[in-house]
Design a binder for this molecule. Sequence first.
Ligand SMILES: *Cc1c(COP(=O)(O)O)cnc(C)c1O
Length: 489
Amino acid sequence: MIYQSTRNNNELVNSAEAVVKGIADDGGLYMLSDFSKLNFDYKSVLNLTAMETAEKILGALLDDFSAGQMKNMVEKAYKGRFETDELTPTVKVGNDFVLELFRGPTSAFKDVALSMLPRLMTEGRKMLSKENDTVILTATSGDTGKAALEGFHDVEGIKIIVFYPDGGVSAVQKAQMVTQEGSNVCVCAVKGNFDDAQTGVKNAFAAFKKSGITSVQLSSANSINIGRLVPQVVYYFTAYSSLVKMGEINVGDKINFVVPTGNFGDILAGYFAKCMGLPVNKLICASNANNVLTDFITTGLYDRRREFFKTISPSMDILVSSNLERLLYLLSDGDAEKVATYMKDLNEKGYYKVSDDILEKLQETFVAAYCNDEETLKTIKKVYDDNGYLCDTHTAVAFAANYLKPQEGKTVILSTASPYKFPVAVLSALGEDNIDNEFRVMDRIRALTGVPIPKNLAGLESKPVLHSCVIEKDEITDFVMKKVAEEKW
Ligand SMILES: *Cc1c(COP(=O)(O)O)cnc(C)c1O
């Protein structure tokens, strides 16, 4: 299967190379040019288990890996590592459905892709005969760091360094990261905010490239890598088959998905599913107060020149949604020149406006809505009072968008985190906010609602702290170069 850069029709790689490289040399993202060539029959996966469905879909989209390799990787990634063999169960809540993506090892939806990515990278490196180690650098605002650590720990040939903002993540998120075991992992706090950490990591990449070091290769675990996107396509199909099995829809009926969106990776995977033939009516893009995508989908103008808000749904606090570039590529029928121009405008001027034909195609599938923090809290309470279902702050944004823009047909709301990952906001939504220890807050939510605390979060407080380093923001490059030179961590 040939993937190409979204910014250059001549930069071509196969699917294994696309995963191993992560990003194209021209700064573009690797993309399939035409989904119709896959000839994928969605009906062929409706009666399969979640893992069998994953094998089929990953095999179709990344066809340079053999069926045997894919089966093996899927088993290693998922078997016994999620709360249920369904991996991502769909449950009925009121008249709608919730697709629970948080049943993995770190209780956030990023587990679905980050369990798989390390396997794809290792196998891809073998196929390309890469013998040097890969070092993954990740800056995190909380969720990605832990999910990446959990996915990459003790994976042969790969090491991982995670930087998080000192004092900028929740107590639960910090405890998840600093207690991480594994002989190839390193976790370090940075005195500064998330942007400082991310800028520091970008500088480290540049310094490394300049240094000419070849003993290791640097790579990234964020969603610009196609290997992080493809595993997310799977659960759109399993959600559809769940609705068929529940007798809620007939095969062929179109359904809607509401997706709490940040970097546009999750919702784009839904669009891939639609391009592969899954009967999808609308994809509803739900945003918090950082509503740049709501404006874009409504008007066609993407304008990042606006105030940045820190919200109670922090994984969606983002003004430049990287994966939108892939959607523009598809909607412009693979016009890489056009995409490159939009991206250049975004970089240099801070905005771009898409042509009318692209806007029209965009609105054929995408609908958008947003809500602020106050509405998010009210929604958690409403969903709980009306249906007895407790959701996290990100999922609540999706529920709110669904209330604002109801669509024809059945609707599935993607739930991206356990409510116990953001316990302080969730407890205050339920009407209490006078406890200051996050772990006590979890216990209080448990007592109030009876919803079990996920195992990986329950034992955290008593786990030994293994990573305690804190550095200044301008020390990131030196830190990386030093770690890269150390053979044994
Ligand atoms: C990352 C994340 C999102 C946003 O997903 P994108 O793929 O970046 O759009 C939403 N909710 C939670 C809890 C997340 O961790």
